[in-house]
Write a new protein. Structure first.
Length: 176
């Protein structure tokens, strides 16, 4: 389920060749706060945006395998385990606490959290679509700036597309 062309519980194969031992891959950055400056919310309205950011970071640092099936077999390798812990810390720093309580039990791996997030947001598509649709229709500008209001509606439209309820440009324009 989800939007065509977007990865769900797996990512596309990494086509970049692995670095040679004479040119080792630099360690993953411990903080991504300068890149992802928002947190994934429990209501999922920013799930598509969050997933896009994290997917790009995983690709950028050649760490996609940490959220792919079969990654647990490599946890015995110290460097792999350290990198997996770093990806988990990325998740911890970019996901709200209430949602972390749901998707990241103690001892979770990057794959576990990634999978549970997708199950939480995408396996309950009908419920999510209903909730997000109501929120989209009820969103008013209120005290928001025009930019913030438009960004909010676009975020909700992206979240609806993730649960196979795309918002047409016409509907988005009429809501604005």
């Amino acid at each position: 389920s989800g939007s065509p062309g977007l990865p769900l519980s797996t990512l596309p194969p990494n086509t970049v060749s692995l670095p040679s031992s004479s040119n080792p891959q630099p360690p993953l950055p411990t903080s991504i706060a300068g890149v992802v400056d928002f947190k994934l919310a429990l209501n999922g309205a920013n799930f598509a945006r969050w997933r896009n950011y994290i997917t790009l970071l995983l690709k950028r640092y050649h760490a996609e395998d940490h959220v792919r099936s079969g990654s647990a077999g490599r946890l015995a390798e110290p460097d792999w385990h350290d990198d997996d812990d770093t990806v988990v810390l990325w998740f911890f720093s970019t996901i709200e606490g209430d949602l972390l309580d749901v998707v990241a039990p103690a001892g979770s791996t990057a794959f576990t959290i990634w999978t549970r997030l997708h199950e939480y947001f995408l396996d309950n598509e009908a419920e999510q679509a209903m909730h997000l649709g109501q929120e989209f229709r009820a969103t008013t500008r209120g005290d928001l700036s025009v930019n913030d209001y438009c960004r909010r509606l676009q975020g909700l439209a992206a979240a609806l597309a993730d649960v196979r309820e795309p918002v047409t440009d016409r509907t988005l324009t009429l809501q604005m």
